[in-house]
Design a protein around this ligand. Structure first.
Ligand SMILES: C[S@@+](CC[C@H](N)C(=O)[O-])C[C@H]1O[C@@H](n2cnc3c(N)ncnc32)[C@H](O)[C@@H]1O
Length: 450
């Protein structure tokens, strides 16, 4: 078994959450069963490896498809959560890690009055290309910068001279004077992006903390935060859900348009109260985490006994906290997590079925056509196509979720219905999943099953 096909080991704190969920949620159990099957299937491994290859080298067409996918997910997000239609006159939106700009395009579609301010990694530093119209006359202002380097924003003004990237930190605090109604935190460390000084896990933590601090220091009272998370069954994500529950109304969203086989989902934190003590304490903690991940991460060979003891104590602390978390938040977690796990489980089952039939092949051609079709095709035609796919399990699940009934008229006059979405998803399941377009910026496109 090679490196990629090995099922990742769970940390002790993650194991506590997983065993709690296994005992109480049949949906979660089913997901774990199919995940184990996928992880141990060499065809699936080969499939994911090919998929990663396409995602890492997307080309112009691939980039356009990813952009369209994100716009499609924006439509779905609006339908499921209603957060993109902003009621206040001249609302302000902050899109962190914005490129290619699908969500910014969605905001411009549902809230024409909105001004969007965005930060995104420059292309020459490994960032994605911006495809959404921006600049003069567009109401979209983009700052191309590495969001993790705004040291003063994170409470650090003295940069150690010996840091390998000392000259790259900035004391600016962009968009500091605005208050935002809606903030997206959709950053993802590119698999292909290597910093000189940091290993990927540290980079993930730096990126997440940077976005959260930026967002919390700019969100309006009553505003909404949308945060990309991975694994609704891992301590880190569950802890964030619980923390946000103290100062916002939390909801989760997982699209059915794409990224279905991954564990990723969005935390949608509505009615934010950034002034609450719990919110301010969280920001202080994230600042500490940023500082730690940026300046204190020891190289492995420098690990001394002191660091080792500290690491062990932290582990014990996290284990205890994990037990408390499932005790106090477990029932809520199951309620929030089950729709996410069910989408992922169905997608993995569909993939395995296609591998059995020999019809699953990663490729960007088909998925892109589907992506375009999804946003434009006649709902009746799509529904008909979905019927042809005979994906009755998926259809009945979506019916159960109440996703197949509502219809609404979007701001540009297209009729978009939840039924269309579901039908489109079923079409994809029968041919090529949009996941196969991959995320060019995705550190772990697949297999991200756990
Ligand atoms: C999943 S994509 C975002 C997609 C976007 N929400 C959309 O709707 O099109 C992740 C983005 O994070 C950006 N990113 C990654 N690391 C970053 C960093 N350190 N600073 C700023 N942006 C970063 C990537 O370049 C990419 O544009």
């Amino acid at each position: 078994m090679d490196e990629i096909s090995r099922e990742p080991e769970r940390s002790p704190e993650d194991q506590i959450i997983a065993s709690f969920l296994k005992k109480r949620s049949p949906t979660y159990r089913s997901l774990r069963e199919i995940s184990t099957i996928v992880w141990s299937d060499s065809r699936a491994t080969a499939y994911f490896a090919r998929e990663r290859g396409s995602a890492d080298n997307p080309g112009d067409e691939g980039r356009r498809k990813h952009y369209n996918l994100m716009r499609g997910i924006g439509d779905e997000m609006q339908r499921e959560t209603g957060v993109l239609k902003l009621e206040r006159p001249r609302p302000e939106v902050l899109d962190l890690c914005m490129a290619p700009g699908g969500y910014t395009a969605s905001i411009r579609k549902y809230s024409r009055q909105a001004n969007v301010s965005a930060i995104t990694l420059p292309e020459d530093q490994g960032g994605l290309k911006i495809l959404v119209p921006h600049g003069n006359g567009t109401q979209v202002e983009v700052l191309e910068a590495d969001i993790t380097m705004f040291a003063a924003e994170f409470g650090v003004v003295e940069i150690p001279d010996n840091h390998p990237e000392a000259s790259k930190f900035s004391n600016e605090k962009p968009f500091q004077k605005k208050l935002f109604d809606l903030v997206f935190c959709d950053g993802h460390v590119a698999r292909t992006w290597n910093r000189p000084s940091n290993c990927p896990p540290t980079e993930l933590s730096r990126l997440e903390c940077s976005q959260l601090i930026f967002a919390m220091q700019r969100i309006r009272e009553g505003g909404t935060l949308i945060i990309l998370l991975h694994g609704a069954d891992v301590y880190h994500s569950v802890k964030l859900l619980e923390i946000f529950g103290h100062f916002s109304h939390i909801q989760v969203f997982k699209p059915v348009r794409g990224h279905t086989r991954k564990s990723s989902f969005y935390l949608v934190a509505k009615e934010m109260q950034p002034g609450r003590l719990a919110a301010r304490a969280a920001v202080t903690q994230w600042k500490q985490n940023w500082k730690h991940a940026t300046f204190l991460a020891p190289a492995e060979d420098e690990l001394d006994a002191h660091n080792e003891t500290e690491a062990l104590l932290k582990q014990v602390e996290r284990k205890e906290d994990s037990s408390k978390l499932v005790e106090n938040f477990g029932a809520r977690l199951i309620h929030l997590g089950e729709p996410i796990w069910e989408i992922q489980e169905k997608a993995l089952k569909a993939l395995m079925e296609r591998l059995e039939q020999g019809s699953a092949k990663p490729g960007m051609e088909k998925s892109a056509e589907t992506s375009e079709e999804c946003t434009t095709a006649d709902p009746a035609v799509l529904t008909e196509l979905a019927r042809d796919t005979d994906d009755s399990s998926y259809a009945s699940w979506t019916k159960k979720q109440g996703r197949g009934t509502e219809s609404d008229q979007d701001s540009v006059g297209q009729t978009s219905t939840a039924a269309t979405e579901i039908a489109a998803a079923a079409v994809r399941d029968s041919e090529e999943d949009l996941d196969e377009a991959g995320d060019p910026d995705d550190v772990d496109t697949a297999p991200v099953l756990e």
